[in-house]
Design a protein around this ligand. Structure first.
Ligand code: 4NP
Length: 155
């Protein structure tokens, strides 16, 4: 059984598809499975935002096959680790947790770079065009740390 990791944002079209693609690219596929979901339902079934597809492609990562889906309570059973992009995602996901065990699976993703600081990955959807590059670089940096930790822990 692979170790399962879920990336969560609001729409599941900008940040978490990038986080999924980036982390998956740093982990051996036979041991780890990475997925993503949104707390909202607006983009269920949709491809990632073109701007996320483009910045990923520039870095040799293909996220264009991903399709949006909404986070569901069953994800607490399916996944071993749940990384959220910002503090709104954090409270939305924690509100759905049934017990402490489920709550313990949920982490603010940038806490692996800035422990206990609860720094948000900014939502680039309505922002400047270079917001996607900034988000890509943040996620790339933190996924280096996360992938090393996961590989160490589960080798
Ligand atoms: P994401 O960005 O949470 O990084 O996927 C968003 C994309 C779309 C919307 C919100 C956030 N939206 O409201 O449609």
């Amino acid at each position: 059984m692979p170790i399962k990791i879920l990336m969560v944002c609001l729409g599941n079209i900008c940040r978490s598809p990038l986080a999924q693609g980036i982390l998956a690219s740093k982990l051996p596929k036979d041991k780890f499975l990475v997925d993503s979901a949104g707390t909202g339902a607006w983009h269920v079934g949709h491809s990632p935002d073109e701007r996320s597809i483009t910045v990923a492609k520039k870095n040799q990562i293909n996220i264009s096959e991903q399709r949006g889906r909404q986070f569901s309570t069953s994800d607490f059973d399916t996944f071993d680790y749940i990384y959220v992009m910002d503090s709104n995602n954090y409270s939305d996901v924690l509100d759905l947790a049934k017990n402490q065990d489920q709550k313990d699976k949920v982490q603010m993703i940038l806490n692996d770079l800035f422990p206990n600081e609860n720094v948000d990955v900014p939502d680039p959807y309505f922002g400047l065009p270079n917001g996607f590059e900034i988000v890509y670089n943040m996620l790339d940096e933190v996924c280096d740390v996360i992938s090393e930790k996961l590989i160490q822990k589960h080798q």
